[in-house]
Design a protein around this ligand. Sequence first.
Ligand code: ATP
Length: 351
Amino acid sequence: MSYLELSGLQKRFGNATAVDDVSLGVAKGESVALLGPSGCGKTTTLRMLAGLIDPDRGSIRVDGKDITGLPAHRRNMGYVFQSYALFPHLTVARNVAFGLEERRRAKAEIARQVEEALALVRLSGLGARKPRELSGGQQQRVALARALVIHPSVLLLDESLSNLDAKLRDAMRHEIRSIQRSLGITTLFVTHDQVEALTMCDRIAVMHRGRIAQIGTPEEIYEKPATRFVAEFVGRANALPAERTAEGKVRLWNEALGFAAPAKGAFDVFVRPQRMRILPLSEATGPDAVRVTGRVLRSVFVGDHVEVLVEGAGGQLTVEMPSGSPAPGEGQAVAVVWPVAESRVFARDAA
Ligand code: ATP
């Protein structure tokens, strides 16, 4: 039994179904990312958990107790909003104290807990400042301290790093992850940023059009995408149009491959660019490899790798080579090779 259990959650706004039959279990102490493009229903799901909107159907349980009908303030959930939602006229300490004051805790206890929470997010000594006297990263820490100070049973984070610059965001990801781990706090966070999802969680639930397309560890999602949408949304992939041979196998760029094509309909072979290698035409490849041939259109140096665009009988593909390895020159005829196991076949019209 999961600590946090969402069962068949649904929410409609007018005729549009924002969240459609979402079920998800989160273990105690686990961190799960809801990852998906804008409008897929991530925030609506989170807001139903927080008690800010009511689901039309489905239930939410925490530690075995059904909390679906409880008002927000009785759910004991810590919520960090994208905008931080700090009170500008209150000091940092009063902002953090808010949830404790609402719960009518004793003054001395509040002071002690606020100190502890500020220390946890490395803001000790800044309690007397106003939010506007803090950097973006510091404000985000205040929002986190405010959510954690009530010792929530579940922590909910909504795109809470998206207002920070890239470097700070990276630092905060690691910091939040380490606080989450050290407190062992059950966490659900919403993001459209796959790096954030991959680095901050134990498991990812990829959302698409109000539904969960796949749930798994970052490795599972990346290595074994269950749907075409997941393969396209998480990480980069070449989607190579392919054909069916008379024997029902895949034919790609005029090469018959050893694995089966779908029984009917148009389909593509998906391969991650960094799993492909470029070889001279003369070099042979083993039986476990796919090998197609083409001509190099261009090589682009992108810092930590080189992107090589290759054109062949069936179109174009991109290979990512580690920078430092000798890149093939434009116009050169090459073989592009990858392990059969790195090929995933998805129907063309499938979502
Ligand atoms: P984003 O990353 O852009 O915040 P999201 O995945 O969090 O997107 P939601 O905010 O959950 O998506 O929205 C899901 C769908 O529900 C969208 O089509 C949105 O327009 C719609 N929606 C959300 N809230 C409301 C509302 N209060 N009234 C009407 N439609 C809404």
